[in-house]
Design a protein around this ligand. Structure first.
Ligand code: 13P
Ligand code: SF4
Length: 382
């Protein structure tokens, strides 16, 4: 696994060390005071996996697709503070500062801030651009890459989105993966899907593509990602060997244990979970469809949910008429999302009040231009 370098945090006018010793009550108060002073100039976006203390200060919360759409439509704010992970802030920068938005604002950029630069994503780190380019070249030795459509999960670096933009490809999220795959098959014969093998596999299986037609590309294998030329030639989807360290922890035995303990319980999982869990679950869906499924079910429904811990705990709290359980007996939480805490949030907001933008995420112009092509294709897919 390649680990992306942790970007240096900006020092800021007010140092982070001043905020670390403060208690949550004081930090919350200061964040709210800052939000009030900055008014519409500041937009705080929060991914559903954030801890409650942080999500309480978000203007808008959502899953990856909703947050991209919100960033794409932002017009009044001057700064977006993204309580999520690095690839989300990059996406927000690309969409909020695309040429048509800049023209609307007479060239003024929206600054996008990631409160903690160490909030990365281990899945995104599993595919580096040079590995994807190398794989593409090797694939080109045995199949026609003109008919191969690259699809990157939004959980990836901007350089991979740019690769998709350059090669007739597209971005997907867990909410639109099936529609994106249909889009891709209307334009090509095969799909190269990275970095999450589970989302790719679980989505394609529902489209009657078989596991035999989905070789897994291991970027560390000597040759052809560990596959024969025949396997690649017979493929419909080439899956990158990457996964989410959080969702990978849900196991079929957890499903069996709940079914034995609580008869009638419904199992609801995210498509980043492995196939053996998705296959036996009652429902599989993106973050927003998990939320909707629980909210719309009759009172008294019993659920065991396989997705990030903070989200499941919040679903439990906000749906007291349902019986909600966490599917795994061990803690499955996104440790990098959890890095965003009140101290970092107060620190970036109070620096903004001083006129200082700390931890700005800015994608270089060429990468942003090419990524935008793949992101706009995704936003148009219905
Ligand atoms: P969604 O927000 O698309 O459900 O993705 C889950 C996730 O892993 C975010 O990093
Ligand atoms: Fe990445 Fe998984 Fe965390 Fe999502 S939950 S940000 S995919 S590590």
């Amino acid at each position: 696994m390649t680990i992306a370098p942790i970007l240096p945090a900006s020092p800021g006018k007010l140092p982070l060390s001043d905020y670390k010793p403060l208690g949550n009550a004081e930090l919350s108060e200061r964040i709210e005071a800052g939000r009030k002073k900055l008014g519409k100039r500041l937009l705080i976006l929060g991914h559903h996996y954030q801890q409650d203390e942080v999500i309480e200060h978000a203007d808008l919360r959502g899953d990856s697709l909703q947050l991209s759409q919100l960033a794409a439509s932002s017009s009044e704010c001057r700064t977006i503070v993204f309580c999520g992970v690095h690839f989300m802030a990059e996406t927000a920068d690309i969409l909020a500062n695309r040429p048509e938005k800049l023209a609307e604002r007479n060239g003024r950029r929206v600054d996008v801030i990631l409160p903690d630069m160490a909030a990365g994503c281990s899945m995104a780190d599993m595919a580096a651009i040079r590995q994807v380019e190398d794989a593409w070249d090797q694939l080109g030795e045995v199949i026609d890459t003109e008919r191969l459509i690259p699809v990157t999960y939004i959980n990836s670096a901007a350089s991979l989105k740019a690769f998709c933009g350059r090669h007739g490809g597209i971005v997907c999220t867990s909410s639109n993966a099936a529609a994106v795959l249909r889009w891709a098959f209307e334009r090509g014969e095969r799909v190269f899907f990275f970095p999450d093998q589970h989302l790719g596999r679980n989505t394609a299986l529902k489209m009657d593509i078989t596991n035999e037609q989905m070789p897994v590309w291991d970027p560390y294998a000597e040759d052809m990602g560990g596959n024969s030329a025949q396997a690649i030639q017979a493929s419909k989807v080439v899956l990158w060997k990457g996964h989410c360290s959080v969702h990978q922890m849900f196991r079929p035995e957890h499903v069996a244990q709940f079914r034995q303990k609580i008869p009638g319980i419904k199992i609801l999982v995210h498509p980043e979970c492995p196939q053996e869990v998705n296959d036996i679950a009652d429902y599989s869906g993106s973050t927003s469809s998990i939320l909707k499924t629980v909210e719309q079910s009759p009172a008294g429904t019993k659920w065991a949910i396989g997705t990030e811990l903070h989200l499941v705990n919040r679903i439990k709290k906000e749906n007291p008429e349902q019986e909600v359980h966490f599917l795994s007996p061990v803690v499955c939480m996104c440790a990098t999302m959890y890095r965003i805490d009140l101290a970092h949030l107060a620190w970036v907001i109070e620096n903004l009040l001083e006129g200082v933008v700390v931890n700005e995420i800015m994608v270089d112009e060429e990468t942003a231009k090419q990524s935008l092509i793949a992101l706009e294709r995704m936003l148009e897919v219905k």
